[in-house]
Write a protein that binds this ligand. Sequence first.
Ligand code: SAH
Ligand code: SF4
Ligand code: F3S
Length: 450
Amino acid sequence: MDFTANNLRPLKGMGRKLFVETYGCQMNVGDTEIVVSVMQKEGYFYTENIEEADVILINTCSIRDNAEQRIWGRLGDIKHYRIQNPKLVVGIIGCMAERLKEELLKGPLAVDIVAGPDSYRSLPELIHRAEMKQKGVNVELSLTETYSEIEPVRIDHNGVSAFVSIMRGCNNFCSYCVVPYTRGRERSRDAETIVAEARSLFENGYREVTLLGQNVNSYRCGEVTFPELMRRVAEVSPLLRVRFATSHPKDMSDDLLEVMASMPNICHAIHLPAQSGSTAMLDRMNRRYTREWYLGRIAAIRRIIPDCSITTDLIAGFSGETEEEHLETLSLMREVKYDYAFMFKYSERPGTFAQRNLPDNIPDEVKTRRLQEIIALQNELGLQSNEKDVGKEFEILVEGESRRDKNQLSGRTSQNKVVVIDKGNHRKGDYVKVRITGCTQATLFGEEID
Ligand code: SAH
Ligand code: SF4
Ligand code: F3S
C-alpha cells in the first residue's frame, strides 16, 4: 500500500490500526462511521480487535450518570492495554468529551486526546500530537459543521440498513437534558448530499435508511423541509425503506404524516417521546406541549396512518413529580397503547436548567418504584400490541439470521417489529410477505405467504 499515492503528502496513519468503541444513541453510531472515514483517509486501518490497536477511541454518551459511569469503568479496563503497548493512544470523543473536557486528561485514568462531536476532522492531527507526547484537545462546538460531504464507512453494519445523519445539535433545551450542551446548536445538512448518500447506499445493496437527528421535524435546508426531504429520499427507489428518528411532539406536522401515508416505502413507525403524561410536569421539563396537544398528535397519526406503530421515551421521577403526575404518565400510556417504550429514571445532569433550578428531590426508591410500574405496564401493552398482529399479513425486510436459530431469518415489518420466519430460499435484503402465527412480548413469528 502506498500511503502517499492520493495527494503526494505523507499520511499520518501510516497503516496504524484504529479501534473505536461506541456508546449512546444512534447519532453516535453515525458519528463513529464518520470518524472511521476521516481516519482511513489519513492512512489508518480500522480493526475490530482491540488487542492489536495502535489507537483506541471511545465515542461516549453523557445522557445519564450511569452512561458516564460505564465509560469510566471501561477506561479502567483499557489501562491494561497501555501497559502492554506504551505507544498506545487512547482518546475520548463524543458527548462526554464535550462535557468534561480537560478533566479527562487528568488523574489515574487520563487519556491522550479529547475531541468533541464537532471536531472529528481534527482527529488525525490530535492523534499525531499525542504521539509526540502532547495531549490533544478540541472541544469547540461549531454552528455549521455537518460533515456533509464525508462518506461514512459502515463498520457495524448488516449490509441492509444504515443510519444517515441529517442534522446535528439541538435547540430545544428540555430542562433535564444535556444534549444541547454536548452537541451544540441545531444545524441541517445539505439535502443533496443526504439524497446522494441514500442513493449510494441503495446501489451498494442497502434496503433501509434511517434519517437521524435529535428533532428531525425542524430540519430545513433552503426550501427543503423534513417532509420534502423524506419524499426525496423515498424517491431514490421504491425498494428502499425510509425511517426517521426522533421527532419532537411540538413539531410533528400533518404534512409529514401525509407524506408518510402517500409513499409506500416510508415506514409506518413513529417514535414520539412523551417523557411524561402530566401537563404541569411537561411544563417543568420545558417540553413546550401539553398532554392534550400530545394526544391530539396521536389522534392525527391514527387518522392519517391507521396502521402506524407508536413508540416513546418516558422519564420517571423528575423534579417534584407527584404521585398524581406519575399516574398521569401511566394513564397516557394506556390511552396511547404504545408498541414499545424506552423508560428511564431521572438522572440529574450538571449544567442543565434543572440542575441549576429544579431540585432532584424524588427519593431513589420512589423513582425506582415508579419506573418499575411504568415498565410493568409497558410489558403488558407491548404484548397486547403483538397479540393484535397475530393472523395479520406484513411485508418484512430480512436483516439476517435469527439470533436464536441459524435456520431461521429475522426481519422487520414497516412498523419496526421483529418477525422470525423459516429460512426457505431467502437471504438478507429480501422482502418477504408473511402471516403472523404467534408472538412473545418481544418477537413476532411468521410464515411466508405468496
Ligand atoms: N432528542 C430526542 C431524545 C434524545 S435523549 C428527543 O427529544 O426525543 C433520549 C432520551 O433520554 C430522552 O427522550 C429522555 O427520555 C431521556 N433522557 C434525557 N435526559 C435524561 C435525564 N437527564 N435523565 C433521564 N433520562 C433522560
Ligand atoms: Fe434533549 Fe429535548 Fe433536545 Fe431531545 S429535544 S435532545 S430531550 S433537549
Ligand atoms: Fe448520549 Fe450524546 Fe446521544 S449524550 S444520547 S450520545 S447525543
